[in-house]
Design a protein around this ligand. Structure first.
Ligand SMILES: *[C@@H]1O[C@H](CO)[C@@H](O)[C@H](O)[C@H]1NC(C)=O
Ligand SMILES: *[C@@H]1O[C@H](CO)[C@@H](O)[C@H](O)[C@H]1NC(C)=O
Ligand SMILES: *[C@@H]1O[C@H](CO)[C@@H](O)[C@H](O)[C@H]1NC(C)=O
Ligand SMILES: *[C@@H]1O[C@H](CO)[C@@H](O)[C@H](O)[C@H]1NC(C)=O
Ligand SMILES: *[C@@H]1O[C@H](CO)[C@@H](O)[C@H](O)[C@H]1NC(C)=O
Ligand SMILES: *[C@@H]1O[C@H](CO)[C@@H](O)[C@H](O)[C@H]1NC(C)=O
Length: 422
């Protein structure tokens, strides 16, 4: 065979291969209507082995997984009933292994994987003892690690210094080494909701070095007191569904950046009246506690949830000791249903908080255990376009979707431009 004919034969094969690949890719896009973003192939597709184009072949993709042509650094191995982690090629940066039956994280699978930036191992069966020591720590570029919905009993340690987001929700974590987070200087988000953490596991030292932490989720654990030593960078703190009964007097003095505090479903009873005097606080949820009294409302607070407490009388003077017409309070939404109110809150509240849109009274419990509906006056009416103002950072808040329907309910105080009315 002459040189030219060899070349043309090679071209022919190459052309056929590319053509096949193109055909298959087309079909595959039609087959799965889901966009590339949450692409979850439903079949075992093995481009590099059976139909590979040279590029894919060179870089490689684990047999069990799928490496999209247009995202060459991502490897999708999710939803495949895998019991072990396949070998990860060097060029992979995003690794998706969620929804499998993986129990162990073995160093051998990762010998060549030095460029990983994101690993999703959520919804597996990983146990703490089956994670090879140091396997995660060597990924010096790792930014995001998903380990939620596994069987971890301990906080994974050690972890790489580069880590920014760590998701550990829905495990059985009950222990956390004192120095577990010392290296995590870039950590901005830590989710530990739905674990078995007790007070004794969280000490002043744990968060001493995480100076960039902005979001800490500790909901649905077994805490009886506020976690100590939180970094002053914190903006979002979630402590719902624990058994916290009090907040120490100076607790928030370092946490002046706090924007959202979620503490519903705890046992808060007596708290210092000015404990939430935080100049950046915008959302405060202390519903489903045992509070008997209202407290000082900081100027920037917009959304306040007080439902399911033991409040008999909302003292507006305590919430708002003085009115400064030049520095209006920002409160727009107040929820007080399932308390023990016998009458509506003094209308002075609209003077202190002129931006209040709605106070949701719902049902109130009377002393003898019966429920009562408060009949309230209506001071103003919404005007269609004003409703859009409610569209703050409430997307994950279940109450807001109800809210628009409840605007029409009689137990709603509705007010707008109160100052214009008086
Ligand atoms: C690592 O890369 C080398 C050379 O490319 C290869 O021979 C070896 O099989 C790879 N190991 C794993 C675990 O992928
Ligand atoms: C990781 O998996 C979880 C499912 O547990 C999913 O919700 C999340 O979007 C995944 N993350 C990425 C970046 O794909
Ligand atoms: C932390 O983040 C900064 C800024 O993104 C980066 O320059 C630095 O290298 C990171 N530190 C580590 C240990 O990865
Ligand atoms: C509250 O936390 C417990 C575990 O402490 C959990 O079993 C329960 O489902 C959580 N409740 C809610 C409403 O999330
Ligand atoms: C709230 O804190 C500020 C300083 O940050 C202080 O001047 C003010 O008196 C406090 N208000 C109350 C009611 O404690
Ligand atoms: C409200 O609180 C103020 C200040 O603590 C107090 O002087 C006043 O008596 C209280 N009012 C009611 C109705 O409890």
């Amino acid at each position: 065979m002459s040189f030219l004919s060899t070349v043309s034969v090679l071209f022919f094969f190459f052309g056929v291969k590319v053509y096949c690949q193109y055909e298959i890719y087309q079909w595959d896009e039609e087959y799965d209507p889901v966009s590339n973003e949450d692409y979850e192939p439903q079949f075992q597709f093995n481009p590099n082995v059976e139909y590979g184009i040279p590029y894919q072949h060179m870089l490689g993709c684990a047999r069990e997984c799928f490496c999209p042509i247009n995202f060459p650094s991502s490897m999708y191995c999710d939803n495949r009933r895998l019991k072990t982690i396949p070998n990860i090629p060097t060029h992979i940066q995003q690794l998706y292994l969620q929804f499998n039956d993986i129990e162990a994280v073995t160093a051998s699978a990762f010998t060549n994987a030095t460029n990983l930036r994101e690993i999703n191992l959520s919804h597996n069966k990983i146990k703490s003892q089956k994670i090879d020591y140091g396997v995660f720590a060597k990924f010096s570029n790792l930014l995001q690690l998903h380990l939620e919905h596994n069987d971890l009993e301990e906080f994974p340690f050690p972890l790489p210094k580069s880590l920014e987001r760590l998701l550990l929700g829905y495990n059985e974590i009950s222990t956390l080494q004192t120095n577990a987070m010392d290296e995590l200087v870039n950590l901005t988000m830590l989710d530990l909701c739905y674990n078995h953490l007790q007070d004794s596991m969280l000490t002043e030292k744990h968060f001493a070095k995480t100076e960039k932490l902005m979001q800490l989720n500790l909901c649905s654990n077994r805490l009886e007191s506020m976690p100590p030593g939180l970094p002053s960078s914190l903006m979002y703190l979630s402590l719902e569904n624990n058994s916290i009964s009090s907040i120490p007097e100076k607790y928030f003095s370092r946490l002046s950046k706090l924007h959202t505090l979620r503490m519903s479903h705890n046992k808060l009873q007596d708290i210092p009246y000015n404990i939430f005097n935080l100049s950046n606080l915008v959302e405060l949820n202390v519903g489903h506690n045992k509070l008997k009294q209202a407290f000082y409302i900081p100027r920037n607070l917009e959304h306040l949830y007080l439902e399911n407490n033991e409040i008999e009388n909302v003292n507006v003077t305590v919430m708002c000791p003085f009115v400064d017409p030049l520095q209006q309070h920002h409160l727009t939404y107040l929820r007080v249903d399932q308390n023990k109110l016998k009458e509506p809150i003094s209308s002075y509240i609209f003077f202190c908080f002129p931006r209040i849109h709605s106070i949701y009274y719902g049902e109130q419990r009377s002393i003898d255990g019966q429920t009562i509906q408060l009949k309230t006056q209506v001071f103003g009416r919404f005007q269609g376009e004003e409703e859009e103002e409610e569209d703050h950072d409430d997307h994950d808040n279940p109450h807001v979707s109800q809210e628009s329907e409840e605007h029409l309910a009689p137990h709603y105080y509705e007010i707008q431009e109160w100052q214009g009315i008086i």
